[in-house]
Design a protein around this ligand. Structure first.
Ligand code: BG6
Ligand code: MG
Length: 217
């Protein structure tokens, strides 16, 4: 079979596993510690966004952007991450979304490469805990790219590293910022979630397990 696509770049949080609750709880606790209240609606604005940018958004939301030095902000972001790590260290293969392993197997059968294009610096740890290390050809290190999502850098880095042409790449994302990143990279964008929210995606499925390769090839 002649495949149109040679590389799938998957976002991690919300696409292959559910960590948004843990991110939310960790931010909520940190925010509480500095007298800020956040809710789930606001949390939507943090999805796909880097750790330090998430903190900036929380501080801006509470009109406290100028209350902390850069060093203090780093300390707050680190504190949130320690909290978050404690929660995800309990993750096992059971936390992998339904259908992901089958999808990976199908992609491998078709000789299509698999990359993780996550904004998370915890991606290598999660990939190991989820037991999919051997399925992944490359994990983008977000610290090695200039700009986070919605800039295209993370997706472009995966294509460049694996030597695949942009026109042969598919990105899979659950966040608005992520879909924007895939589209600005010039790639085909698969959205996971609500089609009204992810209206810039080329195709949207409710859940990762709903992806049908026949639709895409
Ligand atoms: O703090 P981490 O694990 O490096 O993650 C950075 C970002 O990674 C994204 O995948 C999450 O959707 C964001 O919520 C998170 O802030
Ligand atoms: Mg995500």
């Amino acid at each position: 079979m002649n495949n149109k696509y040679k590389l799938f770049i998957f976002d991690m949080d919300g696409v292959i596993t559910e960590t948004s609750e843990q991110h939310y709880q960790a931010w909520k606790q940190l925010a509480n510690e500095i007298g800020i209240e956040i809710d789930r609606k606001f949390n939507e604005k943090l999805k796909g966004v880097s750790r330090i940018e998430s903190l900036e958004r929380i501080l801006e939301y509470a009109n406290k952007a100028n209350d902390f030095t850069e060093d203090e902000k780093l300390e707050l972001a680190t504190r949130k991450n320690e909290n978050y790590k404690e929660m995800i260290l309990k993750f096992t293969e059971e936390n992998l979304f339904e259908g992901v392993k089958d999808l990976f197997d199908e992609l491998k059968k078709r000789n299509i490469k698999i990359a993780i294009g996550s904004a998370s610096k915890n991606a290598p740890t999660l990939v190991r805990l989820l037991g999919i290390e051997n399925d992944i050809d490359y994990i983008v290190n977000p610290a090695e790219v200039k700009r986070g999502k919605p800039a295209p850098d993370i997706f472009l880095k995966a294509a460049e590293h694996l030597g695949v042409d942009i026109s042969e790449c598919i990105g899979v994302e659950d966040a608005e910022a992520g879909i924007e990143a895939i589209k600005s990279a010039g790639m085909f964008a698969v959205g996971i979630g609500d089609s009204k929210v992810l209206n810039k995606a080329d195709i949207v499925y409710g859940e990762t397990k709903d992806i049908k390769l026949e639709d895409l090839m």
